[in-house]
Ligand binder design. Sequence first.
Ligand code: PMV
Length: 333
Amino acid sequence: MHMEFQPITAIAHPNIAFIKYWGNKDDVLRIPLNSSISMNLDGLSTQTTVQFDKALDDDEIFINQMPASDEASKRVTDLLDIVRGVSGMVTAAKVNSQNNFPMGSGIASSASAFAALSLAASRAAGLCLDEVALSRLARRGSGSACRSIPAGIVAWHAGTRDEDSFAEQLVPSGHWDLVDCLAVVSENHKTVGSTDGHRLASTSPLQGMRVTDSDRRYQRCRQAILNKDFELLADVIEQDSNLMHSVMSTSKPELIYWTEATLNVIHMVSRMRKIGLEAAYTIDAGPNVHVITLKETLNVVETQLANISGILHTLSAPIGGGVRLVALQAEPS
Ligand code: PMV
């Protein structure tokens, strides 16, 4: 008789970067060229259950109740292989991953997905990894996933090798009433994903400058957060996002994610700030605009955004917690 493996479930939030990660020193280990800072997004989450099972020949992976694509399955199996390597087991696993936000909502699910998978898979394999080890593991699946491990606003220290490239908390979620109000302008799947995008970054003549100046922006962003200085935060996150999109748009081939509606939101945010409202934009590898604001200003921001042509809907998220285990209710017998 062999011991049965228990199913383990973990939950994690996606994050939005204030100081962006774009380009690696090492594409395989996902060691970034610059340190980054992000905020976890409360209310949005990926829940993942992992069970190793000796009856399986290969890993079985389901995302939102559908069998995962070959590409997604390979990324999950690669991460499970790392866990199997560390724990010394060879057993295949069944993985069920479920997002509570629509795939087409413009929120990258890879960060929350690989953060939840790292905790669920390592525990299911009998490992008890600390936060740093979990962050390093999640990074191997998707770089930004390492920032979805700690709670609150999080800094990812770029480091130079596997051991020293991980994220840690900068401030807990209760530190500041920041809210991300995401203006969804397109629900289409991005044409060039970030794994390929990171590889293209070095083809832009602007990438060297973006990386060289990144520590200055990182320090300003850190200060803005520690001092709850919204004006400074707005100034630095918009500049950082624009620098990343300048690199993207000058890569070969070029990556242009913005649409007319993206620009409409950018102009609206500038107008809001001119009249004294706390609002700042930041944009990931897609056309949707994350408008960072404060809880007390959220209603006004939502009303202003509702007037812009091209916005499909908005989604709001305050600062979220870190990855955690979930005790599932037993099925009624
Ligand atoms: O973790 P990845 O490989 O999906 O890259 C994330 C890239 C950006 O979202 C554009 C920036 C960031 O720092 O999250």
